[in-house]
Design a protein around this ligand. Structure first.
Ligand code: EPZ
Length: 418
């Protein structure tokens, strides 16, 4: 049975939200548990479809997974299977991250190639090149990658592009390799730091030096308890909802430094932002100013907030320009925002032009990926009248407790069967 979100827009948002753990940190952390048989207790794990899929993945590979509370899980036991099931990798490309820990633990891994998705082609060449640099043999057969290495050997690796997934993949591989590895031009997203800190708690020796990651491999691992980093993209989504709709909201349990690219942009747009130790108060009293936004690898503006900030800018004063440089087709939200009356267009050089308007009008729209769905929720909250959003499977993959959080800040939103 499919469902839809119905939002009666135009109500300013008041209240506070406790931000959950980061999806894009929890997923590599769960994959990394394959590197040891010891018991690992993860806390602040977001209740998301993608997290359930990754937990199912490590279970299929032999791990015991026990829930120890609504947002915590204990993962333990030995890997007994090094062939990742096709249906799980197809469901979520992040499951490709089991490749490196499986090679480290068993000397071999068979993982189906992840498909592209509706934001771009998303190859994995940087993952595979890096594994070869560490001495793995890589074979591609029947849509699968078969990787082998009796023992990976540390080496220097240069990433042509600071890919988040490839950096996570090779960080895990380097930790299980013999000797020293240095990763040059790796991603610097906060989730990379979270994975490095987690691996060090297991007993690894990782140090981050700007764009260079130094790893001394070969340590024995112990078990640990680890708390997942707060989700900067979820926090940013709710902040942008206030920027579009108006009101005053406290976003709690946030990692302030990781939100700097957004908070500085929102101050430029005229929003009032007050930062606490781990909370942000955001107020919108008048129409936001227009902005120029360019998405870049961290510490640039995050591509995952490109669609959400575009929603806010459809209601800003004047013309805004948003350039997407990370993915080649992350514009599923543009056509849907047009249906709501936004004056918006996208060029073939991945640039979105927006002429801010006084209002959007509610209508039926469809989410095409996680963050396009978030953009439509923001537009629905700000729009006049009723907005009906379908394609909720995308939102469920990326946002835990979305409806509760919206209702907590006063949104008139409900989820019904279609
Ligand atoms: C991670 O995806 C996130 N997903 C994405 O979040 C996020 O948008 C992205 O990083 C960028 O920040 C998870 O962490 C689970 P990339 P990832 O490898 O690792 C190209 C969301 O909405 N590339 O940094 O797949 C690739 O095609 C999701 O939460 C290669 O060319 O991102 C893309 O254009 C969406 N070869 C660019 O790099 C490779 O081997 C960035 O991809 C790998 C990537």
């Amino acid at each position: 049975m499919s469902e839809k979100l119905i939002i009666q827009g135009g109500k300013s948002l008041e209240g506070s939200i406790d931000v959950p753990g980061a999806k894009n940190s929890a997923l590599p952390l769960i994959a990394a548990t394959l590197i040891t048989d010891k018991s690992i207790h993860l806390k602040n794990v977001p209740g998301l479809k993608d997290v359930k899929t990754m937990l199912q993945m490590v279970q299929e590979l032999g791990k015991r997974v026990e829930s120890t509370g609504s947002n915590s899980v204990r993962i333990s036991g030995a890997v007994s299977n090094n062939e990742a099931p096709m249906e799980l990798v197809r469901k979520m490309r992040a499951s490709f991250l089991v490749l490196a820990p499986l090679i480290c633990r068993t000397g071999k891994a068979e993982v189906p190639l992840p498909g592209g998705c509706n934001i771009g082609t998303r190859p994995v060449d940087l993952h595979l090149e890096g594994l070869k640099d560490l001495g793995a043999t890589i074979e591609q057969r029947d849509g699968k990658i078969i990787a082998r290495a009796d023992k990976l050997q540390g080496s220097d690796i240069f990433f042509d592009y600071p890919s988040v997934g490839a950096t996570e993949q090779l960080l895990m591989a380097a930790v299980g390799a013999r000797g020293r590895t240095r990763l040059y031009n790796g991603a610097q997203e906060p989730e990379i730091r979270d994975l490095a800190e987690f691996l060090n708690e297991l007993g690894a020796n990782v140090s981050l030096d700007g764009s260079i990651i130094n790893v001394e491999g070969g340590q024995e691992f112990n078990g640990t308890t680890y708390e997942v980093l707060p989700d900067r993209i979820a926090a940013g989504t709710y902040m942008l909802a206030v920027g579009a709709t108006g009101g005053s909201v406290n976003v709690e349990s946030v990692d302030i430094p990781s939100l700097k690219p957004l908070t500085l942009k929102l101050k430029k747009a005229g929003l009032k932002i007050v930062e606490g130790d781990n909370s942000i108060r955001i107020e919108k009293t008048e129409r936001p100013e227009n902005l120029e936004v360019i998405t870049l690898p961290y510490p640039g503006f995050p591509t995952d907030l490109q669609a959400p900030i575009t929603s806010m800018l459809t209601l800003a004063k004047g013309k805004s320009v948003i350039k997407e440089t990370v993915f080649d087709s992350r514009f599923g939200h543009v056509a849907e925002l047009s249906k709501m009356g936004a004056d918006i267009s996208v060029t073939n050089s991945s640039t979105v032009f927006v002429e801010g308007k006084n209002s959007l009008r509610g209508t039926e729209v469809e989410a095409t990926d996680i963050r396009a769905g978030a953009a439509l929720v923001i537009a629905g909250l700000a729009g006049e009248g009723k907005t009906e959003i379908t394609g909720l499977k995308h939102l469920d993959r990326g946002y835990s407790k979305l409806l509760e959080h919206l209702q907590e800040i006063g949104a008139n939103a409900e989820r019904v069967d279609t």
